[in-house]
Design a protein around this ligand. Sequence first.
Ligand SMILES: NC(=O)c1ccc[n+]([C@@H]2O[C@H](COP(=O)([O-])OP(=O)(O)OC[C@H]3O[C@@H](n4cnc5c(N)ncnc54)[C@H](O)[C@@H]3O)[C@@H](O)[C@H]2O)c1
Length: 365
Amino acid sequence: MSDAQRSAAATAAALAHEAPETVLRAAIIGVGGISQAHHAGYLAAGADVVALVDPHPRGLAARAQAWGVERTYSDFRALFADGDVDLVSICAPTSVHAPATLAAAAAGVHVLCEKPLALDLDQGRTMIDACRAAGVVLMVNHQLRSHGAVALAQRILERGDLGDVTHVRLRQAHDWAGAAEVRPSFATRASSGGGTLLDNGCHLMDLARYIGGDVDEVYARTATRKFAGELEDTAHVSLRFVSGAIGTVEVAWTATGWEEGFWIYGTQGALEYTNRSGTPVLRHAFRASPGTTWGDTDVSEHRFAGDAPHARHVRAFLSAVAGERSVLCSGEDGLEAVRLIMAAYESAERNAPVAVHEAPTTLPV
Ligand SMILES: NC(=O)c1ccc[n+]([C@@H]2O[C@H](COP(=O)([O-])OP(=O)(O)OC[C@H]3O[C@@H](n4cnc5c(N)ncnc54)[C@H](O)[C@@H]3O)[C@@H](O)[C@H]2O)c1
């Protein structure tokens, strides 16, 4: 158990001792699109959302009314000065993740931080160190770790049913629902840190590490094909894992519709997951029956209707705060995902493979 988890366990034990019925009090910083998933997750897990922060008064007022939250702030510093919160979800643009996390740590508040963790590695390291020193949990919202299909894939991998992993393919692609422009939080490097490679790619880099272990080299290509501006809207990355397996990451803001998928191939079987057809399906292909042919294998299929990875991830955060389980996606995990993306940007710039240990510590400016 880490220092942060020990301290969180002590906090939870103290809360339990003082008042067995204590309901944890959450705040949300940034009440745009993704905050809805956090809010729903807290409600589902039985926590109270007691305060909201956003500099835009109309959006803030609308959320406060819809969610019945009385305490609202235009600045997160005022929230922490007032106190009376146990946890915070940081759902503001990426440039706000570090200052808000540092303020939360200083106030002794546990943090569920949206992805990507930070705009540079030094900033991310400072966030991790501050949370550790304060004894608060820092968890990163790479919610794919809480996806039912990923959890099942993990169990199949751990049982060894796939044999040795040979290659993986990871994909997250959409087209902003057909919009003509990218939303402001994502449209500039100053706000978001990068385009689809960082936005979608950091989830997939985390997933790559989660299912395949450490990656030691990347080779990337990026393109800007649809959305005029400074950020890439299409990217591919080739991965080399320390294990010797290889992988590809494919991300786009230029793919009509939405797909999240992962394909894991091993010496004894294959796992293929996609939500492209609307119904998320994980297909496990293997050869247990005698007489299987070239194109005809044994197959088991698993469907994930109603699966809610964000809500499960919030629940995992609350469990980590209570000391019931380890942090599912730590600050270090978030930092490694950003490191892989930095190496990928460097690779695209050089048009050459880049060793991950040579990754620049900042995103391109
Ligand atoms: N985990 C996921 O799958 C996922 C999905 C979407 C977005 N995200 C991440 O969540 C973050 C927000 O994305 P979004 O889609 O909700 O963006 P959004 O533009 O819909 O909302 C961002 C909100 O933050 C507010 N904001 C701006 N500066 C702020 C500040 N200093 N303090 C408090 N609030 C501030 C904005 O007014 C806006 O309401 C980004 O880091 C993004 O990468 C993660």
